[in-house]
Write a protein that binds this ligand. Sequence first.
Ligand SMILES: [Zn+2]
Length: 173
Amino acid sequence: MSITAEQKGSEQKAAAYTSKARWTPERPRVLVTCCSDGRLQEAIDEFLENYLNICDYDRFYAPGGPGALTPGRYEFLRATQYRDDLAFLIRAHKVEELLLIFHGPAPDGPDEAVCAYYKRILPHTSAGQVRAQQAQDLADLRVYLDDLRLTVRTRAYRAEVLADKRVQFVLMT
Ligand SMILES: [Zn+2]
């Protein structure tokens, strides 16, 4: 019986793996909230490290990223739970800075770059309308965070996929 390269590879793999990296007891003071969409991962890592000098950070990844934190739509309970989880993390991990990253296409970017979460909650909506909704969601989230009286700095960016597939991070005010 012949053994395929794949079977051979899996046989050689140990059942456990030990990292070279060591766990550190100190917590990062930055929490990054962004969408689960893995197509953006490399660009986001590059932006965090090269532009913001953020290498260690807690993660709050969910479909829609910061957009998942806006109740008032038909997924009210989910958003409320996410808000509670976010507030819990900020308090329990003593987060000092919250970084919110929305995403979608730039005005001349590809339509497939629209966030799948926004496509689900707002079907038949244009990329421009999604962009406007994200700005509104950020405003709502800021009101919520202000009401909690947390001592956390908040910065928000929109990761916009350009026509040439590079990603531009635009500060949202
Ligand atoms: Zn998304």
